[in-house]
Ligand binder design. Structure first.
Ligand code: NAD
Length: 284
């Protein structure tokens, strides 16, 4: 089985980021786009993602700053704090770490974020653009990362049977749209899918985005399938794993992404790419 490593795809995206940054700096000398990472509370997974994202932005020659809010902040206070960041001309793009605590009405924040700063495609405008196949907006970084992973590894999507396990707004649904745009024949599975293993076995490209550690084993993988694992979990032994039981599929799959070192690495590279694109939008 071929292992599809995120680092190689990320390096390719980095080249594009450097080119776009050069273009941007020709328009506005010395300008370095800045990412605002907005976090409510101190969830260790969020904090670890945040550290990784900041490191990646710096590594790509970009700026990043985290904005923290207390777990018990009221909706109104958070709304006002978020709007300040949204309106700050020094902030080029925003990543809001989710889920937010229950007292905050997430939908209102999704509607508040300026589409041109909405790097992870949570605003209705960007979502509609993904739905319409209009590439001028921002798609959620993880969904876009899956497409990058396949394309950079010369894995054709057009005409292929694509099965996505997971229908969340941030991964499964937008990815279904992006895969359709690439002319894949898409099936989306969820908790109510009858015969999940049988449906998954039909896939020529299987994407695991269920948020369930090692849910998909060799029984879910058809011969010579390409398996893309979006899941990230910390196992009881402290090691990271995905939604796929990586060891069990070795003999069956044609190729698969590892966790860590797979889709997650590409996701932060896509975030950097979106940040520079947001800079270009700002200085058209
Ligand atoms: P989510 O919990 O919002 O959605 C999970 C989806 O999977 C739901 O639609 C649900 O119906 C489906 N599902 C759950 N259990 C299932 C089962 N047993 N059988 C079939 N379908 C099932 O999760 P999400 O935000 O979409 O994230 C999915 C995974 O991807 C998580 O592990 C998350 O940590 C990871 N993630 C990774 C990145 C990255 O950069 N690699 C980014 C975002 C999320």
């Amino acid at each position: 089985m071929k292992i599809l490593k995120g680092a190689e795809v990320s390096a390719k995206i980095r080249e594009q980021v450097q080119e776009d940054l050069k273009k941007l700096q020709e328009k506005r000398s010395g300008f370095v786009p800045k990412l605002a990472i907005v976090r409510v509370g101190e969830n260790p997974d969020d904090m670890s993602y945040e550290r990784g994202a900041i490191k990646k932005m710096e590594n790509f020659g970009l700026q990043a700053q985290s904005y923290e809010f207390p777990e018990n902040i009221s909706h109104e206070e958070f709304w006002a704090g978020f709007q300040k960041i949204n309106q700050d001309p020094g902030v080029t793009g925003i990543l809001l770490l989710k889920p937010l605590p229950k007292q905050i009405q997430e939908k209102e924040i999704d509607q508040l974020i300026l589409p041109e700063k909405d790097l992870d495609g949570i605003s209705p405008t960007n979502m509609a653009k993904v739905f319409m196949g209009d590439g001028t907006g921002f798609a959620p970084c993880t969904a876009e990362a899956v497409v990058w992973m396949l394309k950079e590894n010369q894995i054709p999507i057009a005409g292929k049977r694509v099965v996505i396990v997971g229908r969340s707004l941030i991964v499964g649904k937008p990815l279904a749209m992006l895969m359709m745009k690439e002319n894949g024949t898409v099936t989306v599975c969820h908790t109510k899918t009858a015969d999940l293993p049988g449906t998954c076995r039909q896939a020529e490209i299987l994407v695991a985005a269920a948020g369930r550690p090692e849910l998909l084993n060799d029984d879910y993988v058809g011969d010579e399938a390409v398996v893309i694992d979006v899941g990230i979990h910390v196992r009881e032994d402290g090691k990271l794993c995905g939604d796929v039981d990586f060891d069990s599929i070795q003999e069956k799959a044609f190729a698969a992404t590892p966790v860590p070192g797979g889709v997650g690495t590409v996701t932060t590279a896509v975030l950097a790419k979106h940040l520079v694109q947001a800079g270009l939008l700002l200085h058209r």
